[in-house]
Design a binder for this molecule. Structure first.
Ligand code: PLP
Length: 381
């Protein structure tokens, strides 16, 4: 089955009771048993739900994994992954990680004896020197937020395999349409389904997809034992959003390419971060491992003045000033004060996260309106 067919048909069958084409929302907490222990495989809704089953089967197919396990948010899914480690073991992670993931590793797991190291992964080979006997998990995020750096998934997985270390790739920014880490050697794929998979800015959810079925037992166990499950309504909305994933992401990527080129030529813009540019340091890797270059673009201003950046962000009509990404509507944001506010200024300047850096999540609107909107906003400074 090709991707555009999978999003619609994989794991989703007409309802056996009524023939309903759309998976029903099984809004129930419990299921009747014929005799104690004799049932149709459903006992209690924290452990099993048919709407959730359809979604999980669909997600497993999209990422070419054996199983997918859903959680109530992307960070709850991450928590389930890090729980694979025992106290004394270590996570090796990218140094420009999503802020919430960084907070969870340093403020939650560290308290229970699971330590993390944050390193530059833009050159895959350079991670070798950071691997120790304690390293049990390599955490990759690519493209990264908000600098849009690219990590070579295949090269990292090769190094990890030699040392028997698991690799988890946070594939949120790419979506399964652009990039499938399991095909490149990853053991686990993580999604904040809140972003491109849901795609309509109306559901918070997370998922883990595993390559080997054996690993899925841990994730089902955590799903039930810890209990951070998505509700059936949310699972339905996610299934509905996924049906147009390929159409939405393709359009957003085409729009992003035009917006990136428009910004690059603008006299008030300093630098544009976009993996689709030949000048991007890891453009060749992006081209190899991604179908398109994504729909996220960031840029800063000549003179690097925060007040000017603020003026732009409050002057757009279609780009809404908001956190998050991956929805049909375009969003604009200021990483230095919004998502990366807790990082000291000198630290963020080192990685190019300047005071005037603006991040765009490009949606599926008409691209001419989007460019006109940015042109108008840039004219206010
Ligand atoms: C949003 C996000 C998360 C966290 O997901 P939630 O659904 O908000 O919990 C993790 N990783 C990345 C890259 C994200 O963008």
């Amino acid at each position: 089955m090709k991707f555009g067919t999978k999003v619609i048909h994989a794991g989703v069958k007409p309802d056996p009771f009524s023939g309903a084409v759309m998976t029903p929302i099984y809004q129930t907490t419990t299921y009747v048993q014929e005799a104690p222990g004799i049932h149709k495989g459903y006992e209690y809704a924290r452990a099993q739900n048919p709407t959730r089953d359809a979604l999980q089967a669909n997600l497993a197919a999209l990422e070419n994994g054996t199983k997918a396990i859903c959680y109530s948010s992307g960070l709850a899914a991450m928590d389930a992954v890090v729980r694979l480690l025992n106290p004394g073991e270590e996570v090796l992670s990218t140094n420009d990680l999503y802020g919430g993931s960084y907070r969870q590793l340093t403020k939650v797991h560290a308290r229970y004896g699971v330590e993390s190291k944050f390193v530059d992964m833009s050159n895959a080979k350079s991670i070798k020197k950071h691997i120790t006997k304690k390293t049990k998990l390599i955490w990759v995020e690519t493209p990264t937020n908000p600098m849009l750096n690219i990590v070579d998934i295949k090269a990292i997985c090769k190094i990890a395999k030699e040392k028997n270390i698991l690799v988890c790739v946070d594939n949120t920014f790419a979506s399964p349409y652009l990039q499938n880490p399991i095909n490149l050697g990853a053991d686990i794929v993580l999604h904040s389904c809140t972003k491109y998979l849901g795609g309509h800015s109306d559901v918070v959810m997370g998922a883990v997809i595993v390559k080997e079925e054996a690993l899925s037992e841990h994730f089902y166990f955590i799903q039930n034992a810890v209990g951070a499950i998505p509700g059936p309504q949310d699972c339905f909305l996610m299934l509905r959003g996924i049906k147009t994933l390929h159409l939405r992401v393709e359009r957003a990527c085409r729009n992003a390419k035009k917006v990136a080129n428009f910004l690059k030529k603008h006299p008030k813009v300093n630098r544009v971060n976009y993996p689709g540019f030949k000048s991007h340091p890891n453009h060749k890797i992006a081209k190899k491992q991604m179908r398109f270059f994504g729909a996220m673009v960031s840029f800063d201003l000549k003179g690097d003045d925060f007040e000017k950046a603020k003026s732009i962000m409050t002057a757009t009509d279609y780009f809404l000033l908001a956190e998050s990404l991956g929805g049909v509507e375009s969003l604009i944001g200021h990483p230095a004060s919004m998502t990366h506010g807790s990082i000291p200024r000198e630290e963020r300047l080192k990685v190019g996260l300047t005071d005037s850096l603006i991040r765009l999540s490009i949606g599926v609107e008409d691209v001419n309106d989007l460019m006109e909107d940015l042109k108008k906003a840039l004219a206010t400074i």
